[in-house]
Design a binder for this molecule. Sequence first.
Ligand code: ASP
Ligand code: MG
Length: 413
Amino acid sequence: MALIVQKYGGTSVGSVERIGAVADRILKCHQDGHQLIVVVSAMSGETNRLIGLARALTSQPSPRELDVLVSTGEQVSMALLTMALHSRGIDALSLKGSQVAITTDSVHSKARIQSIDDRRLRAELDQGKVVVVAGFQGVDQNGETTTLGRGGSDTSAVALAAAVNAQECQIYTDVDGVYTTDPRVVDGAQRLDRITFEEMLEMASMGSKVLQLRSVEFAGKYQVPLRVLSSFKEGPGTLIKMDEDDVMEAPTIAGIAFNRDEAKLTVIGVPDTPGIAYQILGPVGEANIEVDVILQNVGDEGKTDFTFTVSRNDLEKAEVILESRIAELGALEWRSDSKIAKVSVVGVGMRSHAGVAANMFKALADVGVNIQMISTSEIKISVIIEEKFLELAVRTLHSAFGLDAVEAGDAGD
Ligand code: ASP
Ligand code: MG
């Protein structure tokens, strides 16, 4: 008998039929003798619908009331699922975040979990009940309803799994696992049987939107084994885990991640003197703009060019800052380019394998893709390229690193 936390996302509980299918799945697991805590999201589209209602009334809804409003989506799901379980003869009950209690700070719409009281959960489980918990919501010290940020039910599930020391936290979603890259870009993309937390963070932060990033960080920190699987299709999914043996046997490259959400800014002809990076990026950071890749060229006659990338949403804000600073910096001019993309090869195996960067650059050169910027970490090499080459680059690297499925039909085996 194991204690398992299962989380079902919005599409998995998107209709009463689907809620019924989830209940069948839970019934099976319950009959196998496992203890279950089930975390649910709002039915798909519901959170957006609720936010839309608020915005139709006011452009600035009160953060407190907005949390009171959007947290109802998960409550609908938890009650309906519990009813479906009852009708299958399972003793189950639903609990709101405040009833558990999942205590958070008071930052409405992006609250962080501070503690989880496991007494009520354990008492119900000990009585043989399946406990259904509303995801995404918590309660602050003053009893106010809070929510954890979009996609926050993943984090609810991981936090609950950590609190009760669950054997596994299973995230049921509409994909059957984590892939070597986006299957919409590469036909031969394969489901990974396992991936480490670090790799998953790199894959997720670069656009593989399977899990909320914070939930992966949380799982890594508390060593909660996470499994991503499909609620529509049987299969083992992808296990996200970290132990040394896994690392030793890991293939060099786990996957190819990419991100179109990048824009590049270049300051041309800045004086090549100490403090220049700070003078450019200081005000950018103060404006809460996150800088990703940075490149400073070798100076020529006391002048140099300085390039950095930001998220496309922040481009305009960054442009305004550069425009206002250009004279003070003693620079000639600035330029920006939003038609760029970032492609990364990710894998813990590159710690112990040299030559990954060279192989990557050769593969891109062979297909004529020009690299504009490069950044590396211990388990990732990223390049900034022209956006129109993105798909070509991803496909090229996926096959260069041996990630293509040999035959359609045995993907992931
Ligand atoms: N319902 C919330 C959202 O749509 C939380 C979640 O689904 O994880 O963001
Ligand atoms: Mg989600």
